[in-house]
Design a protein around this ligand. Structure first.
Ligand SMILES: [Zn+2]
Length: 109
């Protein structure tokens, strides 16, 4: 899977049509895994097991987040802090994602 672009400031990039593009160059290597609530797809590479990011279809437009650990230049980003969203309701979860996640697109090359 090839990662194309990522907005470092998603809130500022809202007006852009797509800020995060996951381009799948090997369809058979893409595993889309849905956890319990089935709101989104965790994108995993079947060849190396890397967790690449999360993609969610949403009525207002698809959203996504990228696992920065898959980037070669990940050191340019601040270190992630661990978060716990365990007690969140579905509504709260969707609201949080709509505020914080980046407009995204999943493409097949
Ligand atoms: Zn891989």
């Amino acid at each position: 899977m090839q990662f194309l672009s990522y907005a470092r400031h998603p809130q500022r990039e809202r007006s852009r049509r797509h800020a995060l593009i996951f381009r799948v160059t090997d369809r058979e290597a893409l595993v889309r895994y849905r956890f319990g609530l089935k709101l989104s797809d965790f994108l995993i590479c079947a060849r190396c097991g890397s967790y690449v990011g999360v993609y969610m279809d949403d009525p207002g437009g698809a959203l996504g987040v990228l696992n920065l650990n898959v980037l070669k230049d990940r050191s340019r980003f601040s270190a992630p802090t661990s978060m716990d969203y365990e007690g969140e309701s579905v509504t709260e979860r969707l609201q949080r994602r709509r505020q914080r996640w980046t407009p995204a697109r999943l493409e097949f090359a």
